[in-house]
Ligand binder design. Structure first.
Ligand code: SUG
Length: 418
């Protein structure tokens, strides 16, 4: 088995809009009511995937969910035309684009049965995200049907689970056994802590992780209160590098000591608050970068434009690279439409370490397939959605037709359409 890290990016759906549905997500709240640009949004996501392919990384996709979610509305004894405005917005959200929240993944080298385990996230804290899981489960069961994988249904409510956004894996190299770190929240000042410790522990048990190599770490209240609604807004890890803000964790010293004991070669890159404030880190999404290992072995950070535009952040990064820090290369991508809803480069992807030959090939992409996807997006995704248009049934028809065209182009009709 040739294990590689595969990035599954959520294709940004045709219903992408700014409804301000996530309290505690400052960007989404700030942009509530603004006009969105679904076509440009999806093309930005595709351009990010192309850039990752050009770096020699393996790239895959997850598909937009059917929106509005008629099944969910039916379970609420209504339909789209009759639903009150808040349910309309929640049913229409394109939030499944943030694939880091789709599932938690434990690659085969970490698990008791030598298979790669995926647990679909329940996302119960936010109503608009709580109905993503059935479609996510269906897509993951299709993409990971090979016997190498075990796909688990979500942890039951009320234990909130937001998937890989709150999980980090540290290891000497992707194909070796790792230390899995589950970050949970207890309190977040005025905002909800979306990831519950009981959910983390349930996932770790389901994945048959070695308790001696599994850490449960509390996110700091200050981070959640400042707008870090997921750990991946203030920390990211890849292979032996942990890159985190000084105020990310409730007890950083205890966490780092455990990590050094379990993985002596770990390299902890902590950004001091005196150089980059929590506010700048969160506004710029410095830590919502994709930290990746390039084919040559060096670590690169794939950052949003907003990180380059924030002087404290860009200065820190330049100094780190000039000083021979573990991160050797900076790549900047434009994902502004997603960022305006609080989703950076890392939110848009789910990492799976596996042999690409074991993945349903319809989910893997190369440049030619991205061309086909971009054609469908350019022809069918709405150019803009004004906030007051979400009740417009013509728009709903276009959104549904657009997704159907994409499934057709990817040979997925009859598999994940409903
Ligand atoms: O759950 N935004 C998402 C952003 C998720 C980012 N993911 C990670 N950090 N991994 C959220 O808050 C906004 C949708 C709206 O308000 O319409 C939203 O759901």
């Amino acid at each position: 088995m040739a294990l590689r890290e595969i990035n599954f990016d959520g294709i940004i759906g045709p219903s992408h809009n700014y409804a301000g549905l996530s309290p505690g997500n400052l960007a989404a709240t700030r942009n509530a009511g603004a006009a969105s640009h679904p076509r440009a949004a999806a093309l930005q996501g595709i351009a990010k995937m192309r850039a990752n392919l050009a770096l020699g990384l393996v790239q895959a996709i997850l598909l937009p969910h059917p929106r509005p979610d008629h099944r969910w509305l039916k379970a609420l004894a209504t339909d789209y035309a009759a639903a009150p405005p808040h349910l309309k917005a929640q049913a229409l959200s394109a939030s499944a684009m943030w694939a880091a929240n789709a599932a938690t993944v434990s690659p085969a080298p970490d698990t008791g049965d030598g298979r790669c385990h995926l647990s679909v996230a329940n996302l119960v804290t936010m109503p608009h995200r709580s109905h993503e899981w059935p479609e996510t489960l269906a897509q993951l069961q299709l993409a990971f049907a090979h016997e190498h994988f075990v796909v688990h249904p979500p942890v039951p409510p009320p234990f909130g689970d937001e998937g890989a956004a709150n999980q980090m894996r540290l290891t000497a190299s992707h194909g070796e056994a790792g230390v899995e770190v589950f970050v949970y929240g207890v309190t977040g000042g005025p905002f909800p802590a979306r990831q519950h410790r009981d959910a983390c522990e349930a996932v770790a048990r389901a994945h048959r992780l070695d308790p001696a190599r599994t850490l449960f770490v509390q996110q700091s209240e200050a981070a959640i209160a400042a707008g870090a609604f997921h750990n991946d807004v203030v920390a990211v890890a890849n292979e032996r590098v942990l890159f985190a803000h000084e105020q990310a964790f409730a007890d950083p010293a205890g966490f780092y000591a455990d990590l050094r004991r379990l993985l002596p070669e770990v390299e902890i890159v902590e950004v001091p608050a005196a150089q980059v404030s929590l506010q700048d880190a969160i506004a710029s999404y410095l830590f919502n970068a994709q930290l990746v290992t390039l084919p040559g072995g060096e670590a690169a950070l794939i950052l949003p434009e907003e990180a380059r535009a924030t002087p404290s952040v860009w200065n820190w990064l330049q100094a780190h690279v000039a000083g021979n820090g573990p991160i050797r290369r900076l790549e900047v991508v434009d994902v502004r439409e997603s960022m305006a809803n609080g989703g950076g480069p890392a939110c848009l992807r789910l990492r799976v370490v596996a042999d690409p030959a074991t993945i349903d090939p319809r989910f893997l992409v190369d440049d030619a397939k991205l061309d086909r996807i971009a054609e469908v997006v350019s022809a069918h995704w709405p150019e803009t959605i004004a906030h007051d248009a979400i009740g417009d049934m013509d728009l709903i028809g276009r959104i549904e037709a657009a997704r159907a065209e994409l499934l057709k182009a990817l040979d997925l009709v009859g598999f994940i359409d409903r």
